[in-house]
Each structure stands twice: as C-alpha cells, then as structure tokens.
Write a protein that binds this ligand. Structure first.
Ligand code: ARG
Length: 577
C-alpha cells in the first residue's frame, strides 16, 4: 500500500529546503473532509524562503499537480496548501491491501528484536479477584496484544501477591478452623472466611498474633508443614484465577509472584550497601530519595523482614538479567503510583536505568451505576459475578431477538454467542475511555446495541459477514472484486475507507500511549461509517457490476479490520447475533 503521507512529504521536500522528516511532521490531517485529506502549512518555510506563506503554497500547488498520480487537486487557503487525493486510486489501494493482509492488517516490524514485558493482573492469593484486578487484566491483555502485533517480543508476567506476614495468620487460622470440604469446593471463599475470623478472634486474644508470626517465620525458613499449607493455598487460588483467565482467553508466560523474589533481596541489600545507600531510620533500613522529591523507600523493616517494595526492586534486577528488556510495563492501579516512583528511583540508584525503561501504566476506579451484586462487600465485587450477570443479560436480549425474528438459532449457539458478547461488553467498557478516568459500569450503556459498546461493533461485524455469506452463496467471491472503485466514490464510502486506512495508525498510537481506547475509538468510527454506508445504498441488489464489486469490497475490508481490532482488545467476534 502506498504511504500517501510519506510520498507527499518526499515530493514537497524535493521542492523546498526542508527534509522529508520535517515535512512529514508538518503535514496535517484537516478537521473537515471539505478541506482535503492532507494540509501543508507554509509559514515555517516563509522565513528561509523569504516569500509569503501564501505564495509558497501557490508555487507548491502548481508543481505538485501531475507529480504524484494520487493527487486529484490542490487548493490554497491562506497559508495552507490543501491536498485532495484521488478517491478511486485510494479506495482500490487501501481495500486491496486490507483484504490481502487479513489478520496481519495493521501489524508492523517496528518491534523487531525488542523485548517488552507486560506485567498485569497480579491478584493476591487467598483473596478474591476483585474489580480492580479485572481492570488490570483486561487492559494488560490489550496492551500485550498491541505490542505483539507491532512485532515486539512480548512476555506476559503475573506478579502474584503470594507473600507476606498475612500467610502466617492464614496458616494459624487454617489449623484452628479450616474446613477441608469447603476449601476443596470454594477455596478463596473459605480462606477469606477463616482469615476474617482470625482477625475477629485476635482482637480478643492477642496471643494469636504471636502464633501467626511463629508460623510466618517457619514459612520463611522453609519448614515443611507451613510451606505445604502455603503451597496448597497458592495452588488452589491459582486454580480459581485460571477459570477467569480461561474465560477471557488469557495465559501468562511467567507466574513468578512476590515469593519468588524474596530470596533475591539479600543481593539487593548488598548492592545498596556497596554503594552506601542504606541508612537507618527508626530501626528500619531505607534508601533516601530526596533528589527525586520522593519520601524514603523502606527496604528492610526494623525486624529485618522485607516488604512489597524490596521484592519489586529485586524483580527489576531479575527481569533485566533474564529478559534484557527494552520496556518493562506495569499495569497497576493509580493508588500505587508513588510506590512505583520509589521503586524505579531506587533501581536507578543501583544503575538499572529503570526510569528509562520501566513504565507504570495506571488506571482509575470502577463504579457501578445500575447494578446490584449479591456478594457486594465493601468494594469487593467479584469479576466472575460481573461476567455472569453481563452474559445473563445478553442472553435475554438475544433470546428476545430470536423470538422476534424467528431464526433457527439453537440454544447452545445462543449461549455461546451470549458468552462472547457479554464478555466483549465488559472488555469494551474497561477499554473505551482513557484509562486514568474512573469507569462507570451501566447495563444500559454496555448492552446498547446501537451505542458506544461492544455489541454495536459485533453487530456491525456480523452484518458485514452476513452480506458476504449471501454473496458467496450466489457464487460471488468478494476477493475477485478488484478495482471496484472506478466510478464515482461517494462521500460516505470515502469516509469509511479513510477510517479503515487509519486503523494501523490507531494501533501504533494506542501502544505508544498504553491507551487501548485510541483503537476503540477508531473501531467505533469505522462501525458508524459502515452503517451509514450500509443504510444508504444497495450492496447485493445492484444492477451495476462495479457497484456490486465496490460494495462487497467494502464489506470484506470492514469485516477484516473490525475482526482484527476486536481481537486486539480481547473480544471474540460472532458471525451472527
Ligand atoms: N498484588 C498487588 C495488588 O493486588 C498488585 C501487584 C502489582 N505489581 C507489582 N509489581 N507490584 O494490589
């Protein structure tokens, strides 16, 4: 496919005294299509060329015409040169490229040879997988997919919260009140029950805390009984988390949790000592960070035990050695922003260049507009329950549609479709806004089949597929529809194909900013433009063979882009709904 902007930049650069790259940076996409597809502002050149911007624009306009075959016409408006490209050339070229690329559409090799780590999800064992973990899981997976598509070597890391003094309490609680049957059935629920009981009882009997510390010390020493119980709790918790991951289609390359790093902390302590960076503060050993404008980072507590931050510092060193990463991305909620600043600053002081390569990708809070959950407990809303509710509500909608339209959809097909749409709706809601903004979940919005929602995208995709199936049934292969855009391309078609053309750029921008919403927005523009096109002109019932070819070509290209876009977000499209 022609890189229109680049060719334009090269041509303009050849006629002026600035480089390709400079021109490329200056070329704008005008806000309205009546102003052309590209605009070049001439004021930067006015100084060096000692001419008015307007006369530069006029000169350029004259020399450009005829130089590039895809330029249809130009227009000088004040200091701007507006460039209109030839719709036929553009539409044939772009749709041809999309249809040939298929699932590789928007991919690139910009990441070749570069390793990117995406750390996400990271729930705490023996604790529920709450809604904040759902946010990091979905956002992290989308970021992973985007980087993978751009050719990076990407690894998915799950930094499980599987270490800390609370496991001493859990071991005590289990030995006193644990119920094996309940543990086998609903492990996290049972572990949570005994953990809460421990806290209640310890209020009346402080000796319990001493007992818990004893068990934690034994756990750290690797004592068989404590280690065995800890491992049991960990295995059972992972099994529960896995059920959610499987439902979302997620796997990890590395499940090393906090416990994995605990024996790597002595090396960090000695590195810090070698550099004279550890100072004593109220019995604890800390690293001062005033030059970063940050509070000190505790490395060892006064009793010599390690903390969350020390394990994260050890993890950076370990990952540097194992992966030699180009980027190490942490998808973790905004409340931990200070923690990561401190961890990166300490790692910088150890010469690990964390500020150049480690990124904290934060996100806001999750709120609920019109939802009631049975297990709502403070702000703990189980991910599983959210998915179940959403899938259930989707089933109702599809069942109603099935009745109205009297289709032959079987019950099992219906439930498979509902599962995909319901999960898609949850994923979309997490990804549709800039991640720093708080999210409000509302069934009305999530399941609005005509809104800023997954069902809307999925519906549009299913619509494209249905047209293509009908075309195939009458022996028409849209892949044969080459050069279908020789007659007049309508404004609506042109607008849609411009959005399809922008797909690759939206992937690059989304990855660069760690903002999947940039891709979501592009897909929504595509779906809106597609439906406008679909509602305004016949596709299959066309006398004119060129019109038939271009219509089918648009359906094919739109379905490829919509499908790939949804997959990058983690949404599985359906053929009908
Ligand atoms: N387990 C932590 C939590 O649930 C998140 C871990 C984030 N990652 C990290 N490397 N500190 O809050």
């Amino acid at each position: 496919m022609t890189d229109y902007k680049m060719m334009l930049a090269e041509a303009i650069s050849g006629m002026t005294d600035i480089s390709n790259e400079q021109v490329y940076e200056l070329v704008e996409i005008p806000p309205k299509s009546s102003m052309g597809e590209y605009a070049f502002p001439c004021f930067t050149l006015a100084k060096t060329m000692k001419k008015s911007p307007q006369s530069i624009a006029i000169d350029l306009s004259e020399s450009l015409i005829g130089k590039l075959d895809f330029i249809e016409r130009t227009e000088v408006v004040g200091p701007y040169l507006n460039i209109f490209i030839n719709r036929s050339i553009f539409c044939n070229d772009v749709t041809d490229h999309i249809v040939r690329m298929k699932d590789k559409i928007g991919s690139s090799d910009e990441g070749k040879g570069k390793t990117v780590l995406v750390e996400y999800s990271s729930p705490n064992i023996a604790k529920p997988f709450h809604i904040g973990h759902a946010f990091t899981t979905i956002l992290g997976q989308a970021i992973y997919n985007l980087y993978k598509h751009l050719g990076y070597d990407v690894y998915r890391l799950n930094h499980l919260g599987d270490y800390g003094t609370q496991f001493g309490k859990l071991i005590s609680a289990y030995k006193r009140w644990g119920n094996d049957e309940a543990l086998a059935e609903q492990p996290i629920k049972e572990l949570l029950r005994i953990y809460v009981k421990f806290h209640d009882e310890a209020k009346m009997d402080p000796s319990l805390d001493e007992e818990a510390r004893f068990h934690f010390r034994n756990l750290e020493k690797g004592n068989e009984e404590e280690f065995g119980l800890w491992k049991l709790f960990r295995d059972l918790s992972i099994k529960e988390f896995d059920a959610i991951y499987r439902r979302l289609g997620i796997t990890f390359d590395d499940m090393n949790g906090e416990s994995f790093y605990s024996d790597k902390i002595p090396e960090i302590v000695s590195m810090l000592n070698d550099r004279d960076l550890l100072v004593e503060s109220d019995g604890a050993r800390v690293v001062m960070l005033e030059e970063f404008g940050l509070p000190p980072c505790i490395i060892l507590k006064s009793d010599g035990t390690t903390i969350y931050a020390s394990r994260d510092i050890a993890a950076i060193l370990y990952r540097k050695r194992k992966y030699d990463f180009y980027k190490n991305i942490y998808v973790v909620g905004n409340p931990q922003a200070l923690h990561f600043k401190q961890v990166f600053a300490v790692a910088d002081k150890l010469g690990l260049d964390a500020s150049g390569s480690c990124v904290h990708v934060g996100f806001g809070l999750v709120k609920f507009a019109d939802m009631k959950f049975s297990t709502r407990d403070g702000n703990i809303i189980l991910q599983e329950e959210l998915l179940n509710e959403c899938v259930g509500k989707t089933s109702e909608i599809i069942r109603k549609n099935r009745e109205e339209r009297q289709t032959d959809m079987s019950d099992s097909e219906l439930s498979q479709i509902a599962e995909k749409i319901g999960i898609g709706a949850v994923i979309y809601t997490f990804c549709r806004n800039s991640r720093d903004r708080d999210i409000v979940f509302s069934w009305d919005e999530m399941l609005d089949f005509d809104g800023d929602s997954a069902p809307y995208l999925m519906y549009t995709y299913a619509r494209c597929r249905s047209v293509l199936r009908k075309a195939k049934a009458s022996d028409y292969d849209p892949a044969d529809a080459v050069d279908g855009f020789n007659t007049k391309v309508t404004d609506e078609e042109f607008e849609l194909i411009k959005y399809l053309h922008g797909f690759g750029d939206s992937i690059r921008k989304a990855a660069q900013a760690y903002e999947p919403y940039i891709l979501v927005r592009q897909l929504n523009f595509i779906a809106r433009a597609f439906n406008k096109f679909y509602n305004n002109r016949p596709i299959l019932n066309c006398e004119d063979s060129e019109l038939l070819a271009s219509g089918l070509r648009i359906c094919e290209a739109s379905s490829v882009v919509l499908e790939q876009g949804m997959r990058l977000l983690g949404i599985s499209p359906v053929e009908r709904m």
